[in-house]
Ligand binder design. Structure first.
Ligand code: 13P
Ligand code: SF4
Length: 401
C-alpha cells in the first residue's frame, strides 16, 4: 500500500485510538496536545522547568504519582499514591494551579476536591488509564438495570476504585456508595456491607476479589464477575442473588500481567527473597506472594526492611527502579521480565511538563481538567464518604502491615 492510498481508520467506540492522535470524548484515549511542545532532545529542559517553577512560586503545586518518570518526579512538590495525592490536592487551597503528574482520573478527582478558583492541569491529556476505560458510564448504568431486574439493586452498594472516571464516581455517589483506593479498599468494603447486603465493585476485579477474600474473609464462591460485554453480565439471576460481591470485569494492564511463574522463578533465583505485590495483581499472584499492599505501603515496607534483605516487587517499573536506587543496602528486583512501564503514566514527560509550566508563566492555563458540575457534585459525595471512613489515612491494604 502506498502512502497516498492510506486512509486513517475512523475511530469506533471499540477501536483503540493512537495515543496523541484524535480524540474520543467518551474515554481518555487519543487526544492531541494543542500546542508546540519543546523537543525532547532540548538539553535545556531541566533548567527551563526549574525556571518556570521558580517564576510561578507558590502559585503552582505539582503533584507526582509514584509511577511517574524520574525526569518528572524530580519537579513534584509532593509524591504519593492516588489516595495521598487526592488528600494533598484538597489540602492546598492557596495554590491557584495544581499540575497533576499522574493520570486523568486522578486529575478529575483533584478538580472535584479543590476549589472552583483553582485549576487542575494534566500535562498530557492522553495520560488516561486503560482500567478506568474498562467501565463506561453507559455500561455501568446498563449493569445496574440488570441488578434492578434481578431484584438485588436495593441491597447492593456500589464501591468504585479511585481508578475510574468521574462519571462512575458520580454513579456511585448517587446510589449510596463510596470510592476506595488500594490503601483503604478493606475499610470501604466493610463500610459498604454495613449499608447493604451486596457490593458492586468497579472496575478492578482483582482489587475487589483480593479485598473480599483476603481481608473480609469471604470465599471465592461469594464473588461473581460481571462481564459488560455479555448479556446480563454473563450471569444468571440466581448467581446475582447468591453473590455477596459482584466484581466488574476490569483489570490493570500493568499489574494484571504479573504471573505465578515469575514468583516461582524469582524464589528459585533468590531463595530468601520477599515477594511484595500491589493488590491490582491477580488473586493467584497475591496468594503466591509474601506481602500485598498499596503503592504507599510498598514504599513504607521497603523503607522499614532490614539491610541485606531481598525484595521482588510486583508493581510499576518506574517506582521499582527508584526504590532500588533509594535502598542500595537492600536487593530490590522487578518481579516480571514481561511487564513494562504503565504507558499512559509515561505520557507525562519532561517536554509536556515544561510546556505546561511555561504556559502558566505566560498566563495560559492549558489542558485544564474540569468535571461537569452535576457529575462533580455526586462524585464529591462518593469521595467525601471515602475521606470520612475512619482510619483510612493509615489503613494498609494488607493484614501484614
Ligand atoms: P495506588 O496509587 O492507589 O496504589 O494505585 C496504583 C495505580 O495503579 C495507580 O494508577
Ligand atoms: Fe491504570 Fe494500571 Fe496504569 Fe494505574 S498502572 S494508571 S491502573 S493502567
Amino acid at each position: 500500500m502506498t502512502s497516498d492510498t492510506f486512509t486513517e481508520p475512523q475511530p469506533t467506540p471499540l477501536a483503540l485510538l493512537m495515543l496523541g492522535r484524535g480524540a474520543d470524548p467518551e474515554s481518555e484515549r487519543g487526544v492531541e496536545c494543542p500546542g508546540d511542545l519543546p523537543a525532547p532532545s532540548d538539553p535545556g529542559l531541566v533548567e527551563r522547568a526549574y525556571a518556570a517553577k521558580a517564576a510561578l512560586g507558590d502559585k503552582v503545586f505539582v503533584l507526582g504519582h509514584h509511577y511517574q518518570r524520574d525526569e518528572v518526579i524530580q519537579f513534584a512538590d509532593v509524591t504519593g499514591d492516588s489516595f495521598k495525592l487526592a488528600r494533598d490536592a484538597a489540602a492546598r487551597p492557596s495554590a491557584p494551579y495544581i499540575v497533576f503528574s499522574g493520570v486523568h482520573f486522578m486529575a478529575e478527582s483533584a478538580d472535584i476536591l479543590t476549589g472552583p478558583e483553582q485549576s487542575v492541569l494534566l500535562p498530557d491529556l492522553a495520560a488516561g488509564c486503560s482500567m478506568a476505560d474498562m467501565a463506561g458510564i453507559g455500561q455501568v448504568e446498563d449493569a445496574w438495570d440488570v441488578l434492578v431486574d434481578a431484584g438485588v439493586a436495593d441491597v447492593t452498594i456500589p464501591v468504585t476504585y479511585m481508578n475510574s472516571t468521574a462519571a462512575i464516581k458520580a454513579f456511585t455517589g448517587r446510589h449510596g456508595g463510596t470510592v476506595c483506593t488500594s490503601s483503604n479498599a478493606q475499610r470501604a468494603m466493610e463500610w459498604a456491607f454495613e449499608q447493604g447486603q451486596k457490593v458492586l465493585f468497579l472496575p478492578d476485579q482483582h482489587l475487589g476479589r483480593n479485598t473480599a477474600v483476603l481481608q473480609l474473609g469471604l470465599t471465592l464462591a461469594d464473588c461473581v464477575v460481571f462481564d459488560p460485554h455479555q448479556a446480563g453480565g454473563g450471569l444468571s439471576i440466581d448467581q446475582l442473588r447468591a453473590a455477596k460481591v459482584i466484581l466488574w470485569k476490569g483489570h490493570c494492564s500493568v499489574h494484571g500481567r504479573f504471573t505465578v511463574q515469575s514468583v516461582t522463578e524469582l524464589r528459585e533465583r533468590i531463595p530468601d527473597v520477599n515477594i511484595l505485590v500491589h493488590p491490582e495483581c491477580t488473586h493467584e499472584v497475591v496468594l503466591a506472594s509474601d506481602y500485598v499492599g498499596s503503592t504507599e505501603y510498598i514504599v513504607r515496607t521497603l523503607a522499614a526492611a532490614e539491610p541485606g534483605s531481598s525484595w521482588g516487587l510486583g508493581t510499576e517499573l518506574n517506582l521499582v527502579r527508584r526504590l532500588a536506587l533509594a535502598h542500595p543496602d537492600k536487593k530490590v528486583v522487578f518481579l516480571e521480565k514481561n511487564v513494562c512501564f504503565c504507558s499512559t503514566m509515561n505520557r507525562i514527560d519532561l517536554p509536556h511538563l515544561v510546556w505546561t509550566l511555561e504556559n502558566l508563566v505566560a498566563g495560559n492555563v492549558v489542558n485544564r481538567i474540569e468535571v461537569e458540575p452535576d457529575v462533580a457534585h455526586w462524585a464529591r459525595i462518593a469521595l467525601d464518604r471515602m475521606l470520612a471512613l475512619p482510619g483510612v489515612a493509615t489503613a494498609p491494604a494488607t493484614t501484614q502491615d
